[in-house]
Design a protein around this ligand. Structure first.
Ligand code: FAD
Length: 853
């Protein structure tokens, strides 16, 4: 007789539930594992349609927790077919006696949290109510087939099949007229097999999908060799990789090579027949539309090369979504199938289904009779199984209502208001964007370790805090925002199910980065969780990931280079280093014209670079001062940013090479700034600019020069300024603001580098001069309208914030952007960090606005 009160109830006996069961036994928890089906395997139990296969190679799609399995189980193919994967699950279940711990044919219909007892009440289809301390949804991301939203489905009297619920005895389509509705992965895998038997096959397609041949055969020898040589390293690399399969990250932009070169690289990946290789060929195909187009066009070229009828080939070629933004498929003979005379493709965009009838399908202007209809219409992915299990948390709130506008989770594992509820590969975790075996094992390990930690430390409940959950939502959104995934109407975005909220359901920041976040949460004393026991409570509230994801990747990459700190170099060495780094960055957008010249500074000639918009002039002018701590940089060193500002604001940018310290210390830079402004004003017409529409702009030390120049032009009666644009400006030489300490270590501009800059530029006494520290000016009244951008993880953040506040208090019109998750340098990194683009757009808009009368 099974216990009706246990430590843990697990729903689902796919690979997730099976492994969790094993771990619960090992760690001595009492449990019930409930499964709706009558065998183990989950996905591979239900999806028995012809051609069902895994598209991650068997070298990677397998458990790693039992090392004996590597010897005891040999995969026959590179991409295992469903029967073999199901046999594998059954083999593991038998080997570890898991069958004895699972109750089959038992569906969980509902669960309620009982706040008084601090336990869950679980209701099953057998009429039983089980109580438990911890409730784990191992219910799968792709386990609830989507109901087809088509008129008349109930009328059809022929045979109806759903790929995700295929009859166990198989189906013989010989001599039959068959309709397949849907061309996602299941459709693409099954259509060639159905076509082999059917007398007539009509495929109804709403969206063509990218698919590549699996080139199935024996497991890939190179991976087999690597595993044999050093399994531990291989598995470690998989766990910390982007997708759960160890692949070398590409460092090549698709836009940095010719189309011919790009296609040659893609062909190499194609020939491998590995799903992830193609998307991994270029570093930017997931984040840059144009880069993605290169891959998409390669794939379309492949379709054209196979499908003989050009009209059909065109219909089978995706144009409306980028490669990878919907799950790409792997096939065996899919496109070739459309060359067969008895196979027809119907485009639902031009010939929509009007209704399913008793005998067939009415579509477009036609009616056709069929013996069988196959629905390959996909799944209510990621949330379907969790939400349909009717979970009610604290205060009677259901998970369904909480997630009405999109799933809210902390780490994809837990959700506020639902204590002791865990989801395996839930929304907000990498799940379907990964090799799911790696993700499943990581979640099971995390849940096991958490349960053990709670038991050992006298905690009864664990629940994320609202702050942590909201922070995770923001982080997931930040990750999605830098990609082009949100452009597609995919099931990743919930777009395949009518009424489902349109948000990115899986976490797109990568398997390894996700794992590190989970580890960090635990290492910081369960950051963002409240743990409570009968005699104690613990809550380390906070946020696990705040730096913008692309910025974080750059920081991680830089840390692997072990570069010397700049402040350990001489100014000459630092300049050479800075120039070498600049030479490696993308050049930025095209502008109408770039010319170099010299202007009159305070003590001799200074070089300048002029960026002219492509539109007819004359144009308003921004006199721009570069960053580099007054020590390095030049009129060309902020080239990508100047191009970007010029192109986006339709403003003539004149970037000035003011004199540098220590050769020309304070007040040389400030005096040159003001002299340059006067010269530009006097020569505006010849430069193609408008003399009474001039602003100053600058970044970092250049922001300091710009701010000081604005004050000098106000005080000395210099040229009238229409505005000042200050990006992360230095405003206060005291360096006493909290952000110097808070952000002084990890974020490229460090506290000690800033000290090094100041030491070269100005003596402690000089720093008190407003021409070095514009924040210290007696008054800021009368300064021009200002756009000031500060970055959250910049040591200079607080002095920039203070300057913005002081300007506002002085009555100056100020627009202050606080760039969340950014560092001192990130907004200048044009075409490298997509997360900086919205802020640059804002800066350009503000610059344009300065000149509007
Ligand atoms: C056709 C197809 C191909 C795939 N190919 C790949 C691939 O190549 N690579 C990859 O990484 N992943 C692939 N996947 C994803 C696949 O789902 C996972 O790899 C993995 O099998 C999921 O295991 P799981 O245990 O988390 O969930 P599942 O295998 O889905 O198991 C969940 C179980 O929970 C049960 N259940 C759900 N709700 C309830 C309830 N209320 N009460 C009782 N029981 C319930 C279900 O019956 C099911 O058995 C594929 C999925 C599909 C559908």
């Amino acid at each position: 007789m099974a216990q009706s009160d246990v430590d843990v109830v697990v729903v689902g006996a796919g690979f997730a539930g099976m492994y969790l069961l094993h771990e619960l036994r090992k760690t001595g928890f009492s449990y019930r594992v409930l499964e709706a089906g009558d065998d183990v395997g989950g996905t591979w139990y239900w999806n028995r349609y012809p051609g069902a296969r895994c598209d991650i190679a068997t070298t990677d799609y397998k458990y790693t927790w039992d090392p004996e399995l590597h010897e005891q189980w040999q995969w026959s193919e590179k991409h295992a077919a469903q029967p073999e994967i199901l046999r594998y699950a059954q083999f593991v279940a038998k080997k570890h006696d898991l069958y004895s711990g699972i109750e089959f044919k038992t569906r969980v219909d509902g669960a309620q949290w009982n706040e008084a007892t601090k336990r869950w009440n679980i209701h099953t289809s057998t009429g039983e109510t089980i109580t438990c301390q911890h409730y784990v949804m191992a219910t799968g991301c792709l386990s609830v087939p989507k109901e087809p939203d088509i008129n008349g489905t109930e009328k059809f009297t022929g045979n109806v099949y759903v790929t995700g619920r295929w009859p166990h005895e198989g189906v013989d389509f010989t001599g039959k007229r068959v309709a397949v509705i849907g061309t996602g992965s299941s459709g693409i895998q099954s259509i060639p097999h159905i076509a082999e038997q059917a007398k007539e096959l009509v495929v109804f397609q709403r969206t063509p999908n990218f698919s590549m041949p699996a080139f199935n055969g024996p497991p890939p020898q190179d991976r087999v060799e690597r595993l044999k040589a050093d399994r531990a390293t291989y598995e470690h690399e998989a766990r910390y990789s982007g997708t759960g399969v160890p692949l070398e990250d590409s460092t090549v932009s698709a836009l940095s090579v010719t189309q011919e070169e790009a296609f040659a690289m893609l062909e190499k990946a194609w020939q491998k027949g590995e799903l992830l290789s193609l998307g991994n060929t270029f570093m930017d195909s997931a984040i840059n539309r144009k880069a993605n187009d290169v891959v998409a066009e390669f794939m379309r070229m492949k379709v054209r090369s196979v499908v003989k009828d050009p009209e059909v080939a065109e219909l089978l070629s995706p144009y409306k979504h980028g490669y990878g933004t919907k799950r790409p498929c792997m096939d065996t003979g899919y496109f070739e199938t459309f060359n067969k005379p008895h196979v027809r493709l119907v485009d639902l965009n031009t010939s929509p289904i009007r209704s399913i009838t008793e005998t067939g399908i009415d579509f477009g202007k036609e009616s056709m009779e069929f013996d069988a209809i196959v629905y390959a219409t996909g799944f209510d992915a990621m949330t379907g199984a969790i939400v349909s299990a009717n979970i009610t948390g604290k205060n009677g709130v259901t998970l369904k209502s909480k997630w009405e506008h999109g799933p809210l989770t902390y780490l994809g594992l837990t959700s506020v208001g639902f204590p002791n509820l865990y989801m395996i590969t839930g929304p907000g975790s990498p799940s379907v964007l990964s090799n799911m075996m790696v993700s499943i094992e990581q979640h099971v390990d995390w849940i096991r370790d958490t349960l053990v930690h709670m038991r050992e430390n006298g905690f009864d409940t664990i629940e994320p805090t609202p702050l942590a959950e909201e922070g995770w939502r923001v982080h997931c959104t930040d990750c999605a925002d830098i990609t082009i995934f949100q452009e597609a109407n995919s099931w990743y975005m919930g777009a395949n199910v009518p009424g489902k909220p349109r948000v990115m359901f899986p976490y797109i920041g990568g398997v390894g980065r996700y794992r590190m976040a989970c580890e960090e949460v635990v290492n910081k004393g369960f950051l963002g969780f409240e743990l409570a026991g009968s005699t104690k409570k613990q809550c380390n509230d906070g946020l696990v990931r705040q730096v913008q994801p692309d910025v974080d990747m750059v920081l991680d990459f830089i840390s692997t280079l072990n570069l010397p700190a700049m402040e350990t170099m001489s100014p000459t060495e630092a300049r050479a280093f800075s120039e070498a780094s600049s030479a490696m960055r993308p050049s930025g957008p095209e502008v109408g014209e770039i010319t170099d010249g010299v202007l009159q500074g305070a003590d001799g000639e200074l070089q300048y670079r002029l960026y002219r918009p492509a539109t007819p002039g004359p144009h308003p002018i921004a006199v721009y001062f570069h960053g580099g701590g007054w020590v390095f940089g030049s009129h060309t060193s902020d080239d990508p940013l100047c191009r970007d500002l010029c192109a986006q604001s339709n403003t003539l940018i004149i970037s000035v090479n003011y004199r540098h310290a220590p050769e020309a210390p304070f007040p040389a830079a400030a005096e040159d700034g003001f002299a340059a402004l006067k010269w530009v004003h006097a020569n505006a017409a010849e430069l193609g600019g408008i003399a009474d529409q001039i602003a100053v702009a600058g970044w970092s030390a250049g922001g300091n020069v710009a701010a000081v120049t604005a004050q000098m032009s106000r005080d000395i009666g210099g040229p009238h300024l229409s505005g000042q644009l200050l990006l992360c400006p230095v405003t206060d030489g005291s360096q006493q603001h909290a952000s110097h300490k808070e952000n002084g270590e990890r974020f490229i501009l460090t506290k000690s580098l800033m000290e090094w800059f100041w030491n070269h530029y100005a003596t402690p006494e000089q720093r008190k001069n407003p021409q070095a520290s514009p924040l210290l000016a007696a008054s800021l009244a009368g300064l021009p309208p200002t756009m000031l951008v500060t970055c959250q993880f910049d040591p200079l953040r607080d002095e920039g914030n203070a300057y913005a506040r002081a300007l506002m208090q002085a009555g100056v019109k100020v627009e202050h952007v606080e760039a969340r998750g950014h560092i001192h340098t990130s907004i200048t990194m044009v075409d490298m960090l997509p997360s900086g683009a919205p802020h640059r757009r804002e800066m350009a808009r503000a610059l344009r606005g300065f000149f509007l009368k």
